[in-house]
Design a protein around this ligand. Sequence first.
Ligand code: HEC
Ligand code: HEC
Ligand code: HEC
Ligand code: HEC
Ligand code: HEC
Ligand code: HEC
Ligand code: HEC
Length: 402
Amino acid sequence: MKKAKFLFSILALIILFTSCKKESDNYIDPRGTDYAGSESCIQCHKIQSESAFHSSHFKASSPATKENILGHFKNGKNTFVYDANTKLVMEERRDTLYQVLYKNGKEVQAYPFEILFGIKNAQTSAYWKNHYTFELPISYYKSINDWATSPGYSATVPNFERQIDKECFGCHSSNIASRYVTTSSDSITFMTMEVEDFMSKRTLIYGIDCERCHGPAKQHVRTHLKFPDLKKAQNIVAFKDLKKQQRIDACAICHSGNDKLKIKSRFQYKPGDDLLDYFRGVPASNDSINYDVHGNQLGLLAQSKCFKKSEAMDCMNCHNPHENASKNLATYSSMCISCHQGIEHTPSTIKTAGKSLLTNCVECHMPKQDSKAIRFQKSNGGAMSSYSLRTHKIAVYPPNKK
Ligand code: HEC
Ligand code: HEC
Ligand code: HEC
Ligand code: HEC
Ligand code: HEC
Ligand code: HEC
Ligand code: HEC
């Protein structure tokens, strides 16, 4: 009798394990067992997956492979000169890419590209040392199609010792675990707790994936695999049922700057959460005039009359969250016109605009502006350049001025 019971439980276990295996393809998500991983969404959400996998969100950080890296590695376009005796050369050696430092023609040290940040306008890189990541001093910028100093780096002294902290990963990746807590008892204090703050390479999930925005979806996947005829989504937050502020917060967790006091890690954020549980405004930095075009799209948009005076405006009016920002500026214009019919421009504006008056509202009302936070310098003591982005403050700007 006992034996039969034992055999039965073994059988039950085998069935359980084989069915689990089939369901998850053995994938274990570093965030925990309530996450399914983006690969698992493709089978039912082909449209969203096909576009999202190629978006900047998915490439907000990525492994430094030859396919992902943007800068040049040959033909003389791979050198950054600090001074007559010091230069940095981007080199490919046995399938790994390096920034190699030379002094008086002799190699001093080579640092590998391991993690890439960015894909659209610029790309900066990091390497692992022990359990920490460090930024490489030279980055790639599309506007000049060349290498130049990483933001905040000197063009005369190479520095490989600046740590990339967890904040960068908080906005550019889907997970990195960094805290290792051990508890041990000793006879005097009875209990001591050691907290080690290092980053674990194994737990890094590159890019902003489906569940970074939608929250853990393992249960959702499980339910719909089991009941393929269900048409209504189960066990997942529905954005369409969220309030305006919650829809905005789902983007603002990463698109409203980085100057506020942090209460909780961005990684803990799930759609529907209240951002006030994560950040608290620092009064001094609330100087709204000075919001930078880089990284604070919400801060700027929120200053626009369009946003303040209309109920319905959020990021999704103009952006599909699964695609990159459309480069076709006319598509935004039709959206503007949906609220602004019969605008009265002065004759001189109409004359300057010509044909573009109705198709290019954005060029005049959301002009490109230079970032004050991000600047970079070219090789050989070259000029300082600014990083420029379109402002999200929709307003009337002086003509022909950026
Ligand atoms: C076995 C099929 C299946 C898998 C796998 C699956 N889903 Fe779904 N999902 C559905 C169905 C069915 C719906 C409801 C119909 C619809 O909106 O497409 C849905 C709806 C959704 C919605 C919209 C919810 C709403 O009500 O607005 C989101 C978001 C979503 N899924 C995310 C995901 C993510 C993220 C993954 C991967 C981790 C995933 N799904 C994997 C079947 C699946
Ligand atoms: C976890 C952080 C995070 C969240 C959440 C997030 N973003 Fe982003 N977003 C980023 C980062 C980082 C980039 C820059 C990616 C890159 O190019 O490296 C970006 C880029 C973008 C871009 C430019 C893409 C391109 O190449 O044109 C748009 C548009 C955008 N986000 C809109 C949104 C919207 C809308 C939401 C909310 C639905 C959202 N983001 C949520 C971090 C986030
Ligand atoms: C508060 C969220 C946030 C933090 C923190 C953050 N970034 Fe970003 N980053 C963004 C967003 C949003 C963009 C894209 C749009 C923009 O520039 O406003 C971006 C753009 C970039 C780009 C250009 C991407 C491209 O495709 O053109 C690079 C490179 C980058 N970040 C690197 C970093 C590094 C390195 C750190 C840490 C020192 C960092 N970021 C910290 C949100 C953040
Ligand atoms: C940057 C954040 C972000 C990422 C990354 C993201 N989504 Fe979404 N997704 C949203 C938002 C926001 C909505 C709601 C759009 C709306 O209401 O206009 C949405 C809507 C959906 C819907 C409902 C139908 C639709 O298209 O509106 C599905 C299904 C879905 N997402 C699946 C996925 C899958 C699968 C992935 C990964 C391949 C993914 N999403 C990645 C933010 C994101
Ligand atoms: C959801 C509706 C809506 C959309 C979409 C919209 N706006 Fe507006 N916009 C408004 C409202 C409401 C006002 C305030 C009008 C008033 O004060 O009488 C406004 C004001 C403005 C102003 C005057 C700003 C100022 O500071 O005086 C400009 C310029 C403008 N919008 C341009 C645009 C452009 C360009 C777009 C597209 C990129 C756009 N709007 C999209 C609703 C919208
Ligand atoms: C009224 C329309 C509109 C709204 C609303 C809007 N955007 Fe944009 N966004 C644009 C336009 C236009 C561009 C620039 C497209 C271009 O020049 O290629 C853009 C570009 C971006 C970029 C890429 C910047 C770059 O140049 O690389 C990010 C990131 C972004 N938007 C985030 C957001 C977020 C987050 C929200 C919500 C807080 C939002 N946007 C709301 C119109 C809008
Ligand atoms: C060539 C640049 C240019 C283009 C293109 C343009 N505008 Fe304007 N717009 C202006 C200027 C400048 C003003 C201030 C009044 C004037 O001089 O005509 C203005 C005024 C406005 C106002 C009224 C602001 C107020 O104070 O009442 C709105 C709304 C507006 N524009 C919306 C739009 C929309 C929507 C589009 C696209 C269909 C557009 N504009 C295209 C330059 C432009």
